[in-house]
Design a protein around this ligand. Structure first.
Ligand code: ASP
Length: 327
């Protein structure tokens, strides 16, 4: 048995014991389905129903890199006022401020992020500039805004009338209760494999609606909301960021694939790590991942998670049937 075969055997044994442990301690059963899209590249894949984003990314792939593609894709919901989980039109925090988190990671392992960024419509592009133009990987708050403005990004109000109206209605009770799938939810984690088989990813969000001022979720944090390792694959997360931050699911998925897990097994294990230790019953987290060949995997805590995939055959919305069912 080769090195890879050994690793796979080792992985299978340890995965079996950890899944058993998860099931034994939390009384869950899981519902599975393997996506029937063939492994292939080039490919673009994103969380939720993000067909327009995928199509913009696909277009960028025709003469650009995977990094160009994921940036182009992420910019679509960022600019869409109807998308209330990302960028312009995103739901504000409790105090009525729209604050944005985003990151990018490329095939060389470079990473850039912004957190708690106000007034800039395209945090994903600022994150790319952080990666390419600074000696740092993450800028936050006022510093991130200053950097963005210095880089020529326009500062503008991102709170739309619709989001303001919803926030004002929310203020009547001011009850903070995370909603599963906070439908229809559009925080975008997007990954692409280009013609050279290089992988990049991006993740961008306005975070949880009515979050506390200053709250930052998983989306801009490397290894949590997104991780890319060009030798192995990439993963991204959506949903309750606190759960993802405590388990670093995207890094875990890629690392498990490195050790021999299939994409689906790795995604499942990332969810198991959450449910084994956290109170997850009213919360949603969904992971999507790809390996270097363009094999797809996905897993979520609750039903209702979907992702969008674009290949030469077109764009498809895929319902994730692999999730945990509470008993
Ligand atoms: N994960 C994001 C956060 O916690 C939210 C989301 O995916 O919608 O900020």
């Amino acid at each position: 048995m080769g090195r890879k075969g050994n690793r796979r055997k080792f992985f299978k044994q340890s995965l079996k014991s950890s899944l058993w442990l998860a099931a034994g301690t939390t009384a869950v059963s899981s519902c599975k389905a393997t996506p029937n899209i063939q492994a292939q590249y080039p490919m673009v894949i994103s969380t939720w129903d993000n067909a327009k984003a995928n199509e913009a990314a696909w277009k960028a792939l025709s003469d650009g890199t995977a990094l160009d593609a994921v940036e182009a894709g992420a910019r679509v919901p960022e600019a869409d006022p109807k998308d209330m989980s990302v960028g312009y039109g995103g739901r504000p925090d409790r105090d009525g401020h729209v604050t944005l988190d985003a990151c990018v990671m490329d095939h060389l392992g470079n990473y850039g992020a912004v957190t708690y960024l106000k007034n800039i419509m395209h945090p994903v592009s600022v994150a790319r500039r952080v990666m390419e133009e600074t000696p740092h990987v993450m800028l936050s708050g006022e510093g991130a805004l200053q950097f963005a403005v210095d880089q020529g990004f326009k500062s503008q109000n991102l709170l739309t009338e619709e989001a303001k109206k919803e926030w004002e209605e929310w203020k009547v009770t001011s009850k903070y209760e995370p909603k599963i799938n906070i439908e229809l939810h559009d925080t975008i984690g997007i990954m692409a494999i280009d013609h050279d088989q290089n992988i990049s990813g991006a993740c961008t969000t306005s975070g949880l609606g009515y979050k506390m001022a200053g709250r930052v979720g998983d989306s801009p944090v490397v290894g949590a909301g997104l991780f890319v390792d060009n030798e192995v694959g990439a993963a991204t997360a959506t949903g309750m960021g606190e759960l993802v931050l405590k388990t670093l699911g995207s890094f875990l998925i890629v690392e498990l694939m490195r050790q021999g897990a299939t994409v689906s097994e790795a995604c499942e294990e990332a969810v198991m790590r959450i449910i084994n230790k956290q109170d997850y019953k009213k919360l949603q987290v969904g992971f999507i991942a790809i390996d270097k060949q363009g094999q797809i995997g996905a897993y979520s805590i609750q039903p209702g998670f979907v992702y969008t995939v674009t290949t030469v055959s077109g764009t498809e919305l895929v319902k994730v049937n692999s999730y945990i069912k509470s008993e």
